[in-house]
Design a protein around this ligand. Structure first.
Ligand code: UTP
Length: 415
């Protein structure tokens, strides 16, 4: 133990992070051990370079061009053709769903994992249960159980599993057709580049963004599990879209027929100024461009039919071939920085609860991996059928429980 401690002290000295052991002696044995393990796991070179890059302009010389897409409701005769291909694959058990539920849900402000949130329907079903209802219903149509993989963060894993246990996994069976896995984490840093210590005396870590999905699916052995189960395709979506249509034979049929390994859904932008990321090509490769990167002129550009050239919003509803996930998981993604409020223990051992942002959090974005494929299919679907996000608290008025509830109810009334 002493040798180990000495070794760790040297590492911390090298990276100017010696304060991480400031309160070591006040911890109990279990926490002492945990802290040392955490420190050993930190990639300080990476952490250093992430800090050094904060505030540096990201490359701007990329060539952005529009990307082709299909409109689900303008496929005409092809609709049935693709649908039949997809239906066959689903019946053969080749599709699984992955729900990304590792986010912090800071904007929503719900205490507990976002998936446990009740959006206020008369049934009081949680987001997890609404998604599960959809999976079960679709599974019945094809006489299969759609395997469900749920990504949690270390922070919310225990609470998520307890919630599922309490609800008897909504009829699913743990480790048979429902699986939980953790995403990676990165330490949070203050503006001086010092790693923060949380209220428990341990390193303050935060989930590494939804882009962590590929690496965690690969590292936790989930892709291996999938292949053993005969799964070839995974539909990956966020936990906070209660209308996510995860079982879509048309999308799947298109991907199979066109021989692409990624097929994404889009909804058309509500207006050219809407603050959403849109599909594009970046230096010829499929990608998503953030609203902050797009010029006003580009946002307005339309084709001869009046359709926006950059109008296909990315809604985090994407289908991947399992091999593509594995490839993406083995390729490091760039990290983006977010400036967040994070409570921490200061030098004197006092808990500080800031009222404004004070810490850097580093996140990878799922769509940064799109450049790994030469081509992908994009299918425009109807917003009112497939997109009801729960991002903000009701007071904000958009993408909040109230708007999601209304969209969900309207959709249910129609079918
Ligand atoms: P968002 O970033 O939009 O939402 O993630 P969030 O993290 O839940 O909430 P804020 O930003 O703190 O308010 C979109 C989806 O990606 C998942 C989220 O759970 C959500 O379903 N996600 C995000 C992860 O699974 N892990 C992450 O590290 C980040």
């Amino acid at each position: 133990m002493d040798d180990k401690l000495e070794e760790i002290k040297n590492i911390l000295k090298k990276y100017n992070q010696e304060h991480l052991l400031n309160h070591y002696e006040t911890l109990d044995e279990t926490h002492k051990k945990e802290l040392l393990e955490q420190i050993e796991e930190i990639d300080f070179e990476l952490a250093n370079s992430l800090y050094q890059n904060v505030g540096k302009q990201e490359k701007q010389e990329d060539k952005i061009t529009p990307i082709e897409y299909l409109d689900k409701y303008k496929l005409y005769d092809d609709y049935k053709y693709y649908e039949n291909i997809g239906k066959k694959a689903i019946r053969e058990g080749k599709l699984a769903a992955v729900t990304m539920a590792g986010g912090q849900g800071t904007r929503l402000g719900h205490k507990g994992p976002k998936g446990t949130y009740d959006i206020g329907l008369t049934s009081h079903k949680s987001l997890f249960e609404l998604l599960c209802d959809h999976l079960k219903e679709e599974g019945k149509k094809y006489d299969v159980i759609i395997p469900w993989f749920i990504m949690t963060s270390k922070e919310n894993n225990k609470e998520t599993i307890e919630f599922f246990e309490k609800n008897r996994y909504f009829g699913y069976q743990k480790n048979k057709n429902i699986f939980f896995f953790n995403q990676g984490e990165l330490p949070m840093m203050d503006t001086e580049g010092k790693i923060l210590i949380g209220e428990d005396g341990l390193i303050k870590q935060a989930a590494d963004g939804h882009g962590g999905i590929y690496e965690s699916l690969l590292k936790t052995g989930m892709t291996k599990e999938m292949k053993q189960m005969g799964i070839e395709w995974v539909f990956i979506a966020g936990v906070d879209n209660c209308l996510a249509k995860m079982v879509d034979p048309v999308l799947m049929g298109i991907a199979i027929d066109k021989g692409v390994t990624v097929a994404c859904k889009s909804v058309v932008k509500a207006n050219p100024q809407e603050k959403v990321g849109v599909f594009c090509r970046r230096n010829g490769k499929p990608n998503v461009i953030e609203y902050s990167e797009i010029t006003e002129e580009m946002a307005q550009e339309a084709d001869e039919n009046g359709e926006l050239l950059y109008g296909e919003s990315h809604i985090l509803c994407n289908l991947f071939k399992v091999e593509a996930v594995e490839r993406m998981g083995a390729t490091p993604l760039p990290y983006h920085v977010a400036y967040k409020k994070a409570s921490y223990i200061d030098k004197e051992g006092k808990l500080i609860e800031p009222t404004s942002p004070n810490a850097y959090k580093f996140e990878a974005f799922l769509f940064d991996a799109f450049g790994e494929v030469d081509d992908m299919a994009i299918l425009r679907v109807k917003r009112e059928e497939e997109f009801a996000p729960v991002k903000n608290a009701d007071a904000v008025g958009v993408d909040c429980p109230k708007t999601a509830r209304e969209l969900y109810q309207k959709f249910m009334d129609r079918i």
